[in-house]
Write a protein that binds this ligand. Structure first.
Ligand code: FAD
Length: 367
């Protein structure tokens, strides 16, 4: 591939940028994927990996249909990625259990379930005995519980390892340590300016997560305004438990516990507006472990083995930016906030199809 003039340059190699790169390369385009750090080193490394419209969607809005479509795409996305990369991905349609500890919480869960049914999100009521059958570690008095059979879990770190390999297999040029400063569109071409090098291509995609607003976007040199991205820091805490000891995701309010296949168990989370501060906050970690121990008392007898944080890509708009900028070849794909792992398959399909159908000048590239 001629790295000095690829068809497409993608700025940001999180799950969003890397999924788009893979789809475009599968279609035969020459793609360069650049990242200021490393592939999948930020939010897409930190995410818990719940694929859970049951806990996230309450009304039909700009992104709820996308969330449901992406959940439907996930099993094939994972199977295709495993086959393309040879890397196994820890993905499970685990279901999720939401528990209510008082009548007020139970009524609000039931109202949410009523609102979700017409959107195509099924749930069933569980008694305390039913919950104990599904989650033997959960032995608490409850006012009620709901089971969401379609919610699922994936390990986003597996996805990122697999995407990296699948991209390499398809000839995507990966440039780590390439901090994009500016993307400029001129008619049918774009310039992606880094600190030491400017890349020229037919198309650019801005997919730099929480950092997307730090990259200047212009058309013929004139600044383009667009919704601002910003970081919403979240902490997670990990425990090593016996594999298979927690089947479904367990949720209550803003606290959740989920388990990877090997028994690594994650409790979350927090939502903090502290800019790009990477320091672990012991106070926040104590709050999460206390809430998790309250939800699943078994955890209060265990010590957590690790804790980490990451920056959700918040956006100053009701839904992620997933569109072409008017009149030029720059696409935006950022602002997936707390559902970017879930939304990756649908975002990659949408953006890659728009790019492929947009212009006869864009590939497929002849290797
Ligand atoms: C604690 C936590 C829990 C979460 N749990 C879930 C969950 O359960 N389910 C779910 O669906 N989502 C979850 N999320 C959200 C999800 O992780 C994100 O929405 C998703 O990872 C965003 O992907 P992205 O590719 O847009 O961003 P990122 O993964 O952050 O990727 C952006 C990339 O851009 C790069 N970059 C930055 N600046 C530049 C530049 N100037 N030039 C080039 N590259 C640049 C960065 O280095 C980074 O690699 C969670 C997030 C957090 C923090």
């Amino acid at each position: 591939m001629d790295s000095s003039s690829p068809d497409v340059v993608i700025a940001g190699a999180g799950i969003i940028g890397a999924s788009i790169a893979w789809r475009l390369a599968q279609a035969g385009l020459a793609v360069t994927l650049v990242d200021a750090g490393t592939v999948g080193g930020e939010a897409s490394w930190a995410g818990a990996g719940m694929l859970a419209p049951g806990g996230e969607v309450e009304t039909r809005d700009a992104w709820s249909d996308l969330a449901l479509e992406s959940l439907r795409l996930y099993p094939d996305f994972v199977a295709e990625l495993e086959s393309a990369s040879g890397i196994l991905i820890d993905y499970r349609r685990s279901g999720a259990v939401d528990v209510a500890f008082d009548e007020g919480e139970w009524q609000s869960l039931r109202r949410r379930a009523e609102a979700q049914r017409p959107l195509g999100i099924p749930s069933i009521c569980l008694s305390a005995a039913d919950v104990l059958t599904r989650i033997p570690l959960f032995n608490r008095e409850i006012a009620g519980a709901l089971f969401y059979p379609e919610d699922a879990i994936v390990d986003p770190r597996d996805i990122m390892r697999a995407l990296r390999t699948a991209c390499c297999v398809r000839g995507v040029e990966i440039r780590e340590g390439f901090r994009t400063r500016r993307i400029d569109g001129h008619g049918d071409s774009v310039e992606v300016e880094g600190e030491c090098l400017t890349l020229h291509a037919s198309v650019a995609v801005l997919a730099a997560g929480a950092w997307s607003s730090q990259i200047q976007v212009s058309v013929n040199g004139a600044h383009e305004s667009r919704p601002q991205s910003f970081p919403v820091r979240g902490h997670l805490v990990g425990y090593q438990l016996e594999a298979g000891s927690l089947g479904p995701i367990l949720r209550s309010g803003r606290t959740y516990v989920l388990q990877r296949s090997g028994g690594f168990t994650i409790a979350g989370t927090s939502s903090e507006n502290v800019g790009f501060d990477r320091n672990l906050d012991e106070r926040v970690i104590r709050d999460i472990t206390a809430r998790a121990g309250d939800l699943l008392p078994y955890l209060s007898q265990r010590s957590y083995t690790t804790a980490w944080n990451g920056f959700r890509p918040g956006i100053d708009a009701p839904a992620p930016e997933m569109r072409r900028l008017d009149g030029n070849n720059i696409w935006l794909a950022y602002g997936h906030y707390r559902n970017g792992i879930l939304l990756a398959p649908v975002t990659a399909n949408l953006i890659s199809r728009q790019i492929l159908s947009s212009s006869q000048h864009v590939g497929p590239h002849q290797n």
